[in-house]
Ligand binder design. Structure first.
Ligand code: FHN
Length: 489
């Protein structure tokens, strides 16, 4: 039997060292720089703009946009992600490209329309697909030929980045590690990741996945060195059976990105382990911790965690209908009321909302998406301060709506998002013992508020100023005194 390697004092020191290492990882001293441990203070500084932003626009746009959910004249489906159409119809990359490339015709100035729309909606950042699973890169790449430079003689990433910056928007690159085009992407290595040829032998003989990974790193390096400051890198996606260093040389990839873009913020999708916040292949399967070595934020998809993720940065990404990429057959649009209330719900739980548009082949935005973003923008024009720069509610969720907050040592403003306007003319808020300074309706109108037996009572006008969400700014003395929270209703 092998003698234990430690004796006496070395044993104690070794255990202490392990505990310290675990604690560092637990409190998230990940690797903000290229491999250097990042202190919590440095991490907070890097995340500051993102945490304040609260609202971003996601854009899924690629060759699939030209197919629009239609294959050989028939709908490939009427709901679900039509950016997956190559997978749905099981087309090899050459067949797919022959059908899709001729339809993809970006019009001049398309990117300015995206930027104007995001700005008008009140977004602070835009994350757009630089390459989706189809493998077609939107930048003018020197390491491949399935890209906008070779096929369109354009650099679409440059056009988009220029337009976003002109509107003062932060720039985010979505980049798929899954690649259905590259002839060395060894799809048989994962049972869980999708590929149109899954189950068939490799058409061009044996594949060397390391050559695809080299290509992935090279294109990623082009993206983080050729377009100025990049604020977000939104990787997508890994599986439990194929992830991280084994699948993508992920640690090296992140370190390379951080070397070129030290302030960049990256999500957790190069990995699929509990340390990276995942507990399943579900896009709602998350554990309550995130080690920053594996990403800066967790990415619930198409749903809002009921209690948020206290102590973790998280962002819900969501479609406006049921598809990320454009489909002419998907008319299941969420109402602008639902989208506004989603934004408020997410902010009240301390998260970000990344709301998706799927532009058409020429880059134009579907009218339903334009209308929705404009409706959100009209609401944000009046109520922006109740979302941007706020933090999660410090008090239990009320039955009539949601609460966001701005806290300081001197005072706290609770933004009361009233979905259900009181018919009685009086809104009540329990569990907040702080002294009231003032109350006002965002958009105009002073309100009287008083504390009666520990319950704050606000006298309200008979009709809700905004039927979707009327916001009352209630300013109180000092930081919120946290009473034991009642369970959320
Ligand atoms: O497969 C993709 C999907 O097409 C879309 O891009 C979403 C957006 O978060 N991500 C993957 C599914 O989780």
């Amino acid at each position: 039997m092998r003698k234990h390697p430690f004796t006496g004092i070395t044993q104690v020191l070794a255990v202490a060292g392990i505990i310290l290492a675990v604690q560092r990882v637990a409190i998230g001293e990940g690797t903000g720089g290229a491999g250097k441990p990042e202190s919590s203070a440095a991490h907070d500084a890097r995340m500051k703009w993102w945490r304040e932003a609260r609202f971003g626009m996601f854009v899924h746009w690629g060759l699939y946009s030209g197919l629009a959910g239609t294959w050989e004249g028939k709908p490939a489906g009427t709901s679900g992600g039509m950016e997956w159409i190559q997978q749905i119809v099981k087309a090899d990359t050459d067949t797919y490209a022959r059908a899709a490339v001729p339809k993809f015709r970006p019009k001049p100035g398309f990117a300015r329309e995206w930027a104007w729309l995001a700005k008008e909606a009140g977004c602070s950042y835009v994350v757009f697909t630089t390459k989706h699973h189809e493998g077609f890169a939107l930048h003018d790449s020197q390491v491949g030929d399935f890209e906008a430079g070779s096929i369109l003689q354009r650099d679409l990433v440059k056009e988009i980045v220029t337009a976003l910056r002109a509107e003062g928007l932060r720039v985010g690159f979505y980049h798929s590690v899954i690649d259905w085009h590259h002839d060395q992407y060894a799809y048989a290595l994962s049972k869980q990741l999708p590929h149109p040829l899954k189950g068939k032998p490799y058409p061009n003989g044996a594949r060397d996945h390391s050559r695809y990974v080299q290509y992935l790193h090279a294109q990623a390096e082009e993206l983080v060195t050729h377009y100025g400051r990049v604020d977000v890198l939104w990787w997508d996606y890994s599986a439990q059976d194929f992830q991280g260093d084994e699948a993508w040389r992920a640690t090296e990839l992140m370190a390379m990105v951080r070397k070129h873009q030290p302030a960049i913020i990256m999500n957790n999708r190069l990995f699929r382990t509990p340390e990276a916040g995942w507990k399943s292949m579900g896009t709602d399967g998350f554990v309550g911790t995130l080690d920053w070595r594996y990403g800066d934020f967790i990415t619930p998809e198409q749903h809002i965690p009921d209690t948020g993720m206290p102590g973790i940065d998280w962002e819900t990404c969501m479609t406006m209908n049921t598809t990320w990429g454009y489909s002419e057959h998907d008319h299941q649009w969420k109402s602008s009321e639902a989208l506004i209330r989603n934004l408020v719900d997410i902010a009240s739980k301390g998260g970000n909302y990344l709301l998706n548009i799927g532009p058409k082949a020429d880059g134009s935005v579907p009218q339903e998406s334009v209308d929705a973003m404009r409706a959100i923008g009209a609401w944000m024009k009046v109520n922006r301060e109740s979302i941007v720069g706020t933090t999660a509610s410090p008090v239990a969720r009320p039955a009539w709506g949601r609460i966001t907050a701005r806290e300081s040592k001197q005072d706290t403003t609770l933004y009361l998002h009233v979905f259900d306007w009181p018919k009685s003319g009086e809104l009540t808020l329990e569990g907040v013992p702080n002294k009231i300074r003032r109350a006002k309706l965002l958009g105009g109108g002073k309100l009287t508020a008083e504390s009666r037996n520990g319950v704050i009572c606000i006298t309200c006008p008979p009709n809700a100023p905004d039927p979707v969400d009327s916001v009352i700014a209630l300013t109180l003395d000092g930081p919120i005194v946290r009473l034991p929270q009642a369970a959320n209703p």
